[in-house]
Design a protein. Structure first.
Length: 125
């Protein structure tokens, strides 16, 4: 998808902006509903308290993951703006448009990502 030799990422920009808006809306909803935790709540049963704490820990992990994704989304939008989006950070080749549509925050082409994952697997052994 090119226009005059420049790749057109308008569709992906819209996808990224929608993902960002969804994450921010969810964060606002969590804040508005006070779904922060169970401090000060007395539970009649220890298992109820354990379940509430487990739910709170899951919420914290999910928010952390969403925060990291939000940072990646902002980075991708910035790269679209500067014209560096869609170029593999490792080898400098263009990243396939279908890969970008499937994983818009990616910074590696499929070959470099596969190589990175293979290296990580070897490091774990």
């Amino acid at each position: 998808m090119t226009q005059g030799g420049i790749r057109d990422f308008e569709e992906i920009r819209r996808i990224l902006e929608q993902q960002r808006d969804d994450i921010l809306a969810l964060a606002e909803e969590i804040i508005a509903n006070g779904a922060m935790g169970t401090e000060g709540t007395n539970f009649p049963d220890m298992s109820d308290q354990a379940t509430a704490e487990q739910d709170q820990n899951l919420n914290i992990r999910m928010r952390s993951r969403e925060q990291k994704l939000l940072i990646k989304i902002e980075g991708a939008l910035e790269r679209i703006g500067t014209g560096s989006y869609g170029v593999c950070e490792e080898c400098g080749e263009d990243i396939a448009f279908e890969r970008l549509k499937a994983r818009p925050v990616t910074t590696l082409c499929i070959d470099c990502k596969t190589e990175q994952e293979a290296q990580e697997a070897m490091d774990l052994t």
